[in-house]
Design a protein around this ligand. Structure first.
Ligand SMILES: C[S@@+](CC[C@H](N)C(=O)[O-])C[C@H]1O[C@@H](n2cnc3c(N)ncnc32)[C@H](O)[C@@H]1O
Length: 271
């Protein structure tokens, strides 16, 4: 079921879109739950008048409203410039994000996954941990609460900056973030070093084919693979098994209820 704070969205859009001067110009609606705060992003291919924008806001003032007149351009309609955020309560982490940043779609399940990652990897003050596909720090910051040092690597520069800002917001100075396309050769970098006891990777649906070989060269004792695509996970897991890792724990995670999609968490350790 859609999270309770988001449920008014259907009635509001059904009421607000038909009377627009060009209702067909609204092509896409995205809803985001930022903590308990509903957020709506409306893509529109023709201008909406200020009065039309304010009508959406007035119809559901509890929500934050953004127009997206072109891809990646977000215009606040409600005059609220506070950043969007959510909390990882057990880890006492606040994560800020922009409306177009990746966040895990299911907040409750995300919390369970982060807590399970912390429990399975059990970071200690002796551990240096690598978090690949780090986004804006969802796993990295929680791991950094207990580890000696965490290095996070992410492809989008804007999210790398957001991750670094989130580390500062949470007063964590033992976590550093870098930008890299992990599917290209990693080259010599500060983070591509055999210094990690533990690695977490959380790639997109395409998996991590280009990254796994390079990751295996770092020879970490444990690898926690978080996957949203069992097919690419199975392909990548083969490479880890062939390199001498064994599957220690596997959990299916119902991140996307009522869909065929399945999230997985798999912990491998080196023999
Ligand atoms: C499933 S999301 C996980 C993000 C983060 N771990 C989280 O829990 O919010 C995958 C992340 O991988 C990044 N990504 C996708 N392809 C990449 C690549 N080739 N190199 C580096 N990062 C990539 C995306 O920008 C996205 O932030």
């Amino acid at each position: 079921m859609l999270a309770a704070p988001l449920q008014p969205v259907f009635a509001v859009l059904q009421q607000q879109i038909p009377p627009l001067s060009r209702p067909e110009s609204v092509t896409h609606a995205e809803v985001i739950l930022a903590g308990e705060q509903p957020v709506v992003v409306l893509r529109h291919i023709a201008a909406l008048s200020a009065a039309e924008q304010q009508s959406f806001v007035a119809a559901w003032p509890q929500a934050r409203w953004f127009g997206e007149p072109e891809a990646g351009v977000f215009i606040s309609w409600d005059g609220n410039s506070a950043p969007l955020s959510y909390q990882l309560e057990p880890q006492q982490i606040t994560l800020q994000f922009a409306a177009d940043d990746f966040i895990q779609v299911n907040a409750k399940v995300n919390q369970l996954m982060v807590s399970q990652a912390v429990s399975w990897l059990a970071p200690t003050a002796a551990d240096t941990i690598l978090d690949l596909y780090a986004g804006m720090g969802n796993f990295s910051l929680a791991l950094a609460r207990q580890a000696k040092l965490v290095h996070g690597v992410e492809g989008l520069s804007k999210m790398v900056q957001q991750a670094a800002d989130n580390a500062a917001l949470n007063k964590l100075d033992n976590v550093k973030f870098w930008q890299a396309d992990l599917h290209l050769p990693w080259g010599k970098t500060a983070w591509n070093q055999p210094i990690y006891q533990k690695v977490l990777l959380d790639p997109a649906r395409a998996g991590a084919e280009g990254a796994v070989k390079q990751l295996l060269a770092l020879k970490p004792a444990q690898i926690l693979y978080v996957s949203c695509n069992p097919a690419t996970f199975a392909r990548d897991a083969k490479a880890m098994l062939a390199a001498g890792y064994q599957l220690q724990k596997l959990a299916g995670v119902d991140m996307f209820p009522h869909t065929a999609h399945l999230e997985l968490m798999a912990l491998f350790s080196r023999q």
